[in-house]
Design a protein around this ligand. Structure first.
Ligand SMILES: C[S@@+](CC[C@H](N)C(=O)[O-])C[C@H]1O[C@@H](n2cnc3c(N)ncnc32)[C@H](O)[C@@H]1O
Length: 279
């Protein structure tokens, strides 16, 4: 029989950040027990502690989130974004900056990859693209802000060598992202479940929200997708991880199927009868 306090903690976590440990209490215990021993608190006391010490949430989030990421992840999607979506966006945003949101950016590899690829296309002048990159975990955001990655780290497992040499400088046994790329990305702390604060992001043309919905149940996924949908400009695009289809949820998106990947386009009134379009 599990500790009632542990069950209650799983519910508090679920409500706060959507991470679902309700069916994985032993994993939650494994991740948190050391912290509780440090604080000399029982689970029910820890829940009270979280109420009075908001900074403890940051520590808990660090213990709970999985931040695995790397540059140039899911190459087929990135190619599709560059060859199909960006040219469409170029036409769409002729008189204003293109806005892209990396909505669970972890330590920055995803938004920096997008910045490098946008530079590579040569379609957008400096200063005409804003990439907003957000995550719930403050520690990974600090790493992202630095833009320095250890040589031989997981981050570089898929990066094409020409992008590494062109957009990084070697520094202290690692690589520092160059200012031209760094300046294209603005990092911000943000919880995808915070419906009230979601307005601070504003309207965006393309959203990358990859490899985070897998940690949410269907109720939370729907809530997050609804929020993302509201942030997209008409005919904006949404990229999810390859294991994160929302096709069966009818959430106001049209699925775009291409040869090797899929993504979503915000539905318009004209799309009503169309189930699926090809890229
Ligand atoms: C596996 S990483 C994915 C990183 C990147 N999008 C990629 O595909 O490589 C998942 C990220 O989602 C973040 N995350 C989890 N729950 C979140 C929430 N409620 N709001 C915002 N970010 C969240 C985690 O902190 C983690 O950095």
């Amino acid at each position: 029989m599990e500790d009632k306090g542990l069950i209650d903690l799983s519910q508090v976590i679920y409500q706060n950040c959507g991470l679902s440990y309700i069916d994985r209490l032993s994993v939650l215990k494994e991740k948190t027990l050391k912290r509780l021993l440090e604080l000399e608190l029982k689970y029910f006391e820890y829940i009270e502690y979280l109420k009075t010490s908001p900074m403890e949430w940051d520590i808990l989030i660090e213990l709970l989130t999985i931040n695995e990421t790397y540059f140039y992840r899911e190459e087929n999607q990135l190619n599709e974004c560059c060859s199909i979506v960006l040219p469409l966006m170029k036409k769409k945003v002729s008189d204003r900056p293109l806005r892209i949101w990396s909505a669970a950016c972890s330590s920055g590899e995803e938004p920096y990859t997008l910045a490098m690829l946008i530079q590579e296309t040569g379609q957008f002048l400096p200063g005409t693209v804003e990439i907003i990159a957000t995550d719930i975990n403050k520690k990974v955001l600090q790493k992202a802000e630095k833009g320095w990655y250890h040589r031989g780290s997981f981050a570089f497992r898929r990066i094409p060598p020409n992008l590494l040499s062109k957009y990084f400088t070697e520094q202290d046994n690692g690589y520092q992202i160059k200012p031209a790329i760094k300046n294209m990305v603005k990092f911000q702390h943000f919880n995808l479940l915070n419906d009230e604060k979601v307005s601070i992001i504003g309207q965006v043309d393309v959203i990358f929200c990859r490899n985070v919905l897998i940690y949410f149940d269907q109720v939370t996924t729907k809530r997050v997708i609804r929020n993302l949908q509201q942030h997209l400009t008409p005919e904006g695009y949404l990229f999810l991880g390859h294991a994160e289809s929302i096709t069966d949820m009818a959430m106001g998106f049209q699925k775009v199927d291409s040869d090797k990947t899929f993504y979503y386009r915000k539905e318009t009134d004209q799309d009503e009868t169309v189930q699926c379009i090809s890229g």
